[in-house]
Ligand binder design. Sequence first.
Ligand SMILES: Nc1nc2c(ncn2[C@@H]2O[C@H](COP(=O)(O)OP(=O)(O)O)[C@@H](O)[C@H]2O)c(=O)[nH]1
Ligand SMILES: [Mg+2]
Length: 266
Amino acid sequence: MARGGRKLNELAEKLDLIIEVRDARAPFSTSSPLIDAMGRLKPVGLVLAKKDLASPGHTRVWMEKFAAEQKDVWAFDLRRDDLEPLRRSLSRRRPEHRELRLAVVGIPNVGKSMFLNMLVGKSRAKVGGIPGITREVNWYRGLGFLVVDSPGILDPHSEPGVHRVLSWLGCAKAGVIGGYEPAALELIRFLKDRGLWSVVAAKWELDEPDEPSELTLERLGRRLGCLVAGGNVNMELAGRRLVDSFAAGKLGAMTLELPGEALWSP
Ligand SMILES: Nc1nc2c(ncn2[C@@H]2O[C@H](COP(=O)(O)OP(=O)(O)O)[C@@H](O)[C@H]2O)c(=O)[nH]1
Ligand SMILES: [Mg+2]
């Protein structure tokens, strides 16, 4: 079984519930293939984080889809939203004599730590060894919850196509999967195809002639001052600026995929 998977299964026996966090901008591509196996052991609740970076209408479509599949699903801007409705709903599963035990899982950078901090509140305490519960992971206690943070790294889907999408969201490092330049070029093509590039262009006051993506990235690099000696554009650096800005949501709220039209096929 993949990294983290075995440990997770051992841990799952001690838990009441698993919360999977995904990025609201790509709720399909940011799922983890390991959740299916874990979901057979314990109930899984789904949190779509970074709701503020997704299009509200599209988030509604995703919520309806998951609800139709009988999933418990919430969407949050974890930096602002109140988690009280979720806390109330989870509390119903709490055993009488102890706090609710849950694990927060998901692929890198989707918002797991932020979610955990919001869930257990400011008064949270890091908990050491808990008898009978594995000591190798970090437990936090607060507001009636005992939560374990990302027990093992959950592998994302491994298809090349999905990794590209994950690099746009900051969930995979473009630098280690072929470089920022190709990731950025594909992002430009994707956004142009979807009619979303104008949002980015407006942000950086770029003209929008009909041109190949390479030229667009070069103009962007020039605009942002990503130059090397001789006045040429450092395309890798320009790509990095674009991808990192997009991942951090600085270029506007955009959902990348809708149910049934994933950006890659399994
Ligand atoms: N805009 C926005 N940023 C978020 C949200 N949740 C998390 N982040 C940011 O996403 C990044 C990764 O969050 P983190 O909790 O460390 O992810 P983890 O790797 O899954 O634990 C951080 O820079 C957070 O500030 C959210 O709901 N909205
Ligand atoms: Mg984390």
